[in-house]
Design a protein around this ligand. Structure first.
Ligand SMILES: C[S@@+](CC[C@H](N)C(=O)[O-])C[C@H]1O[C@@H](n2cnc3c(N)ncnc32)[C@H](O)[C@@H]1O
Length: 248
């Protein structure tokens, strides 16, 4: 179903690796639930509304949304994450592997969520536009698109150039730098004496750039927020940049 490309893109391997899951295993499900409670109340989504969780990972948001009686599809590029998520499928919760640039579900949604910085991974900014165009094609006329990105100002300001994290017997040596408009995180560790190294490269997209990209892709911005409690966005203090948009 997907068109894919054969490029050796970092996000195809890193997110699918078991070490990614170990490094990020302490994500808070409570925080995700609180955000979704606030968000779905704000959007006033009716029961059984169709929601697409785009780049759903192992499905933590999708599963919670389905418990809240929404009909949910989760899509992610990682085969391993989708295999895990599929264990939680119900009549109204489905997961599929797919690339956000190319998936085609032949179905339109009341809301499409792209949560927890699941954007900005591409070398070419044109790929961002491909994602937005694909989202447009899957959104009902009055549907909502929600993008939850980091606050680039704060990320830049608070960048920790080097740290070591020990988890499950692995010692992850993490360095971060900003180069070429991307935050580049290098993660090095040993497995049974063998050295491994992965890189995450995420575009440093500021709020204005996100707004412009959405506007030029045919979206109208309805609300912006700076955290999962949905407080106002502030360039200095907010952790997140969260946008609710709809088609113009
Ligand atoms: C930071 S994680 C967030 C996952 C999930 N939204 C969550 O909050 O748990 C980013 C996710 O994006 C997925 N991803 C990366 N590139 C993708 C692409 N081109 N198409 C679809 N999913 C992609 C990764 O596999 C990963 O699961």
């Amino acid at each position: 179903m997907d068109k894919t490309n054969n490029k050796n893109e970092w996000f195809k391997t890193w997110f699918d690796s078991p070490y990614y899951s170990i490094l990020y295993k302490n994500r808070s499900d409570e925080e995700a639930a609180l955000f979704l409670d606030n968000l779905t109340t704000k959007l006033d989504l009716p029961d059984r509304a169709r929601v697409l969780d785009l780049a759903c990972g192992k499905g933590r948001h999708s599963i919670y949304l389905n418990k809240k009686h929404f009909r949910v599809v989760g899509i992610d590029l990682s085969n391993n994450s989708i295999a895990h998520a599929k264990k939680y499928e119900t009549e109204t919760l489905h997961f599929e592997t797919g690339d956000m640039r190319y998936f085609n579900l032949s179905l339109k949604f009341d809301a499409i969520f792209n949560l927890f910085t699941s954007f900005g991974y591409f070398e070419s900014l044109d790929d961002n536009l491909k994602v937005l165009s694909n989202i447009k094609g899957h959104l009902l006329k009055d549907g909502f698109f929600v993008m939850d990105y980091f606050n680039a100002y704060k990320v830049e300001e608070a960048l920790i150039p080097h740290e070591v994290k020990e988890l499950d017997g692995y010692k992850f040596d993490i360095s971060k730098e900003i180069s070429n408009g991307q935050i580049i995180k290098t993660i090095a560790f040993d497995v049974e004496g063998q050295p491994f190294s992965f890189q995450e490269k995420v575009q440093l997209l500021y709020d204005e750039a996100i707004n412009e990209m959405l506007a030029s892709s045919g979206f109208e911005i309805l609300h912006t927020f700076g955290n999962y409690q949905l407080d106002s966005f502030n360039t200095k203090s907010s952790d997140r940049y969260i946008v609710i948009a709809k088609l113009k």
